[in-house]
Ligand binder design. Structure first.
Ligand code: 5AD
Ligand code: SF4
Length: 470
C-alpha cells in the first residue's frame, strides 16, 4: 500500500472533503479526512451517499449537523490526532445541545475498523463508528444512531467488498474536477511486520475490469483528464476481465489508455514484488502512463527487509529499478522509508542511506517506526530508542530533500507538459501538475483549465515549480 500522503514532520496532510452542493438542502455534513488517498476517495464516496440522502456540504465544523472523521491508523500519531479532534468537537457538541441543536459525530476509516466500540468508550460523544466496508449504508446507520442507539458497524463483507464503491452518479462525478481517483483494489495480503493495513483493510480483493472501465469512462465524459488507480497494494490487482480471464495491472492500464478524454494515468501504491512484466511494458509503451512511480522499499538493509517480511532483497530492488528505467528513461522514483525498525543498527541505517544514493529519488516519504498494536513488529525486542530514531530520520530526510531539490532544479530551462487543474496562487495564474507530480504555477488564461499546456520551467521552490507558457 504505502500510499499515505502524510510525511512525518515534513508534510502533514489533512484534507477536508465536503459533499457536493445542493440547493434545497436541509442538513449539513462536515467530513475531515486523515491519511492516504484511499481515504480521500472514500470521503468522496461518503459525500455522494449522503448528498443523495439530502445532506449538503459544509467546510465549517460550526455549521455541521453531522461530523465525520475519516481516520488513519497507520502510525500512533495519526490515530491520536483523532482523539484530540474529538476533544474539540465535544465542546462544540455540548454548546449546540444547549441551543437545542443536535450534532451527530461519526468516526469512519481505519481507526474505526481497528478500535470499534473502544472509540465510543474513550470518546462517548461518538454516535456512530463505521468501517470502510459499510459506507454505502451510512444513511441507515445514521438513522439508527439518531434514535439514541450507539452504532458500531465494522463488519467485513468479503463477498461484496466493493458494494460501497458503486459507480457514482453523473451529478456526483461532475463535481470532481480534472483529476480523480478510481479504487481498483483494496486490502493487502503481504503482512509486513510493521503494518496494520492487512488487519484494518483485510484481505486483498480486486475490482472487475468492467466496473473500473465504466467508472473511468464516466469520469472522462464528465471532464476528468487524469485518473489515478488506487489500491493499498495496487500492482497486486488481478481483476476478472470481460473475457473471463484474470488480468494484471499492466493489461488494465493498456485498456484504460483507450478511453477517450483520458490524457494521464497513474497508479499508487505499489509493492516491489508485484512489478510484473506487463506493467513494465505499460511504462515502456503508454505515453499516457505518467513517468512517475511510487515504489516503497522501507529499508536498504537486507537484514531489516527480512524481519519486515518484505520478501525481497536490496539487490532485487536495484534490479527492478534498472528494468523500469530501461523501459522508461525519464521515470522519477518515489518511495517510503521507515527508520528505527526493531533491531536496526547503525550499519543497517547506513545501508538505507546508501540505497537512497544509488537509486536517487524525485520525492519520498519517511517515518520513524511506530509500534502498532496487533502487528508482529510491536512485540519484537530491541526496539530502537526514540532519540536514535529522530537522528536517523533527520539524516535520511536531509538526503531525500537534497535529491528532491536536485531533481526540481534539473527541470529549470526544460519544457514540460502541465495539466492545469485549478486556479494558481496568484491572480492570473493556473496551477497544475508536471508528469512527475510536482505542482507547477503558470500565468495562463482560465480557458486552459483541464488542458495540457507546454510550459518552460523558469524557477523552483522547495515543493513546486514555476513556469511560463510556451
Ligand atoms: N511505523 C512507521 N511507518 C509506518 N508505515 C506503515 N506502518 C508504519 C509504522 N508502523 C509507513 C510505511 C508505509 C507508509 C504508508 O507508512 O512506510 O509505506
Ligand atoms: Fe503495504 Fe506491507 Fe502494509 Fe501491505 S502490509 S499495505 S505491502 S506496507
Amino acid at each position: 500500500m504505502d500510499n499515505i500522503i502524510e510525511n512525518e514532520e515534513l508534510n502533514q496532510s489533512e484534507n477536508t472533503v465536503a459533499a457536493p452542493e445542493k440547493t434545497e438542502a436541509t442538513r449539513k455534513v462536515f467530513i475531515k479526512t486523515y491519511g492516504c488517498q484511499m481515504n480521500v476517495y472514500d470521503s468522496d464516496r461518503m459525500s455522494d451517499v449522503l448528498t443523495s440522502d439530502g445532506f449538503t456540504k459544509t467546510d465549517s465544523l460550526d455549521d455541521a449537523d453531522l461530523v465525520i472523521l475519516n481516520t488513519c491508523h497507520i502510525r500512533e500519531k495519526a490515530a491520536e490526532k483523532v482523539y484530540s479532534e474529538l476533544g474539540r468537537i465535544r465542546k462544540l457538541k455540548a454548546e449546540k445541545a444547549k441551543n437545542g441543536k443536535q450534532m451527530m459525530v461519526s468516526v469512519a476509516g481505519c481507526v474505526a475498523q481497528a478500535e470499534g466500540a473502544e472509540i465510543s468508550r474513550r470518546a462517548p460523544i461518538v454516535d456512530l463508528v463505521v468501517g470502510p466496508q459499510s459506507y454505502h449504508r451510512l444513511p441507515d446507520l445514521l438513522k439508527k444512531a439518531e434514535s439514541g442507539v450507539k452504532v458500531v458497524e465494522t463488519e467485513f463483507d468479503i463477498q461484496d467488498k466493493f458494494k460501497h464503491l458503486a459507480t457514482p452518479s453523473k451529478e456526483a462525478v461532475r463535481k470532481r474536477g480534472v483529476t480523480a481517483f478510481v479504487t481498483v483494489q483494496e486490502g493487502c495480503d503481504k503482512f509486513c511486520t510493521f503494518c496494520v493495513v492487512p488487519y484494518t483493510r483485510g484481505a486483498e480483493v480486486s475490482r472487475k475490469v468492467e466496473q473500473i472501465v465504466m467508472e473511468t469512462e464516466r469520469l472522462a465524459a464528465a471532464g476528468v483528464r487524469e485518473v489515478t488507480l488506487l489500491g493499498q497494494n495496487v500492482n497486486a490487482w488481478h481483476g476478472e476481465g470481460p473475457d473471463g480471464r484474470e488480468w494484471g495491472l499492466g493489461e488494465l492500464l493498456f485498456r484504460l489508455a483507450e478511453i477517450d478524454g483520458i490524457k494521464r494515468l497513474r497508479y499508487t501504491t505499489s509493492h516491489p514484488r508485484d512489478m510484473e512484466d506487463s506493467l513494465i511494458a505499460a511504462h515502456r509503451d503508454l505515453d499516457v502512463l505518467m513517468p512517475y512511480l511510487h515504489l516503497p522499499v522501507q529499508s536498504g538493509s537486507d537484514a531489516i527487509l527480512k524481519v519486515m517480511n518484505r520478501k525481497h532483497t536490496r539487490d532485487d530492488y536495484f534490479r527492478m529499478i534498472d528494468q523500469i528505467r530501461e523501459a522508461r528513461a525519464d521515470i522519477a522514483l518515489s518511495g517510503d522509508f521507515i527508520v528505527g525498525f526493531p533491531g536496526e543498527t547503525d550499519q543497517d541505517h547506513k545501508d538505507t542511506l546508501d540505497l537512497i544514493r544509488r537509486v536517487t529519488y524525485g520525492s519520498a516519504f519517511s517515518f520513524k517506526y511506530s509500534p502498532r498494536p496487533g502487528t508482529p513488529g510491536a512485540t519484537f525486542e530491541a526496539q530502537v530508542e526514540e532519540h536514535v530514531k529522530s537522528e536517523r530520520l533527520a539524516e535520511l530526510q536531509q538526503l531525500l530533500s537534497s535529491q528532491q531539490k536536485d531533481f526540481n532544479t534539473s527541470l529549470v530551462g526544460k519544457t514540460i507538459d502541465v495539466l492545469f487543474e485549478k486556479e494558481g496562487r496568484k491572480e492570473g495564474q493556473l496551477a497544475g501538475r508536471s508528469p512527475w507530480l510536482q505542482p507547477v504555477h503558470v500565468n495562463a488564461p482560465k480557458d486552459l483549465y483541464g488542458e495540457i499546456g507546454t510550459v518552460e520551467i523558469v524557477a523552483t521552490s522547495a515543493n513546486s515549480l514555476e513556469g511560463r507558457l510556451v
